[in-house]
Design a protein around this ligand. Sequence first.
Ligand SMILES: [Mg+2]
Length: 444
Amino acid sequence: MILPELSFMGMAGKTLLLVSKNPAFLGNIENHFARHGIGVARASGAKDGFVKASAGNVDAIICSYSLPEMTAPMFLDLLGAQRKTRDIPALVIGSMAEELIAKKTVIRGGWLDEGASQKEIIARVESIFLEKSMLDSGPGKVMAVDDSPIALKKFEQILKQHGYEYMAVLDPNLALDTVASFKPDLILMDQNMPNISGFDLTRRIHTQRGMEGIKIVMVTSDQKNETVVKALECGVVDFLTKPFDDEILLARMRAHISNKKLFDNLAKAYSQMEKLNRKLETISITDGLTGLYNHRKFVEELVFEQGKAQASGEPLSLVLVDIDHFKKINDTYGHLAGDEALRGLSKLMKKVLAERGCAARYGGEEFAVILPSMEIGQAADVAEELRTAVEKAEFETGNAKMKTSISLGVGALTEEMTTDQLIAAADKALYQSKINGRNRVTCA
Ligand SMILES: [Mg+2]
C-alpha cells in the first residue's frame, strides 16, 4: 500500500520558510517538498526571516532554536506582535536543554528535538499545513432549517458574527435543494415543522448521495428524553434545546465541523490512494513496452486457466511465439526500430486474437498466447492466423517500413500436466519450427 504523502492535503503552492544560520539546515527536506509543489524559502537569521515572513506568502516556518540575533521564542514573539505574521505556525528545532528554556513560550507549530528524523519533521509539517488549511478555509458553512423566522434570525446573528457562511431555510420542503446547492458542513435542524419533522428530514438528507457526511445538530424546544433518543437514532450528531447558550452552540459546532473536515481530508486521501493502487496494480501486470501482460501475470493467468481446465475437463492450449531474426532488425534499423516492431506486432496479435485468448510478452522477442477451451487443432489454427497476419503486415520503423515473420510452437494441456510441462511442450514445438526453417507453426 502506497500513501500519497502530502499531495492529498492540497498543499501545492504553499511556501515553507526555513530559518537558520546554517545554510544546509534540513537540506534534504527541500526536495521532498518540491516534489509536492511546495516552495521552500530560506532565511539566515531572525531579521532576514522577519523581513521574508512580513513580505507575505509564507504559510509555515521551521527554525533552529539559536538564531544569530536572538533565540527562536523571541523571533516568534516578534512575528506574533505583527498582524500580518502572527498566525504563521512555526516549528522550532533544538536541543533538549533548549527545549527546557523554551517551555515557557507557547510555540504555534510545536517543538522537535534536533535528533528528529526527516520523516518526523515531514509528518509534523504535514499536520501543521493541514491544520492551517482547515483554519484558512474559514469556520465553515452552516445551514439552519426552522419554521420560525425569529429562530433563523437569531442563528444568523450568531453565525455571521463568528465568520460562518450562513444559509437560512424557512420552508423544510426546500431543505434538500438548498443542501445540494449550498453544500453545508453542518445543519442546525428544528424538530417541529409543518409537513415534515426534523427526524424525517435528517434521514432524508443522509440518504442522499454526497450528503452522508453532513453533520446535523438538532435544536428544538422539545426536551423530552424520548425526543433526544429518537433524534440520535435518526442520525443527528448532537442535540441542543432552545433557548440555548450561544457559546455552547458555537463550541459544539466547531467540534463537529473540524471533525467533518478531518474526515473529508481522510476520505480524499483514501480515494487518491485507491486510484494510485489501481494504477500500480495495472503497472505491475503490464509489460511497459507493449502493453501486453508481463511474464509474471502470464504465469499467474496460466496457473489459473490450468486449474480451471483441469477442474472442468475443458481443453487448454498454449502458443509460444518468437520473432524470426529479431537481432537482425535491431542491427539493421536500430533498437528504437526494434522496440517499435515489438509494439506493432503486439498490437497485431491482440487484434487477431480478439477475445479468444490473451497474449503476454514472455521475454525479449518472445510472446505467449493462452487459449482457454481450445484443443490443440483449434489452437494451431489460431497460431496459423497469427503467422499469416504477421507475414502480410508491414511494421513502422521510424522512416522505413519493415517486414518480418514469426515462428510458433503449440502445446496442449493433458491430464496431470503441470504448467511448467505445458510451457516446455510448447517451447519444444517452437524450437522445431525454428530448426525447420522458421515462419511456421509446429504442434507438440
Ligand atoms: Mg418549529
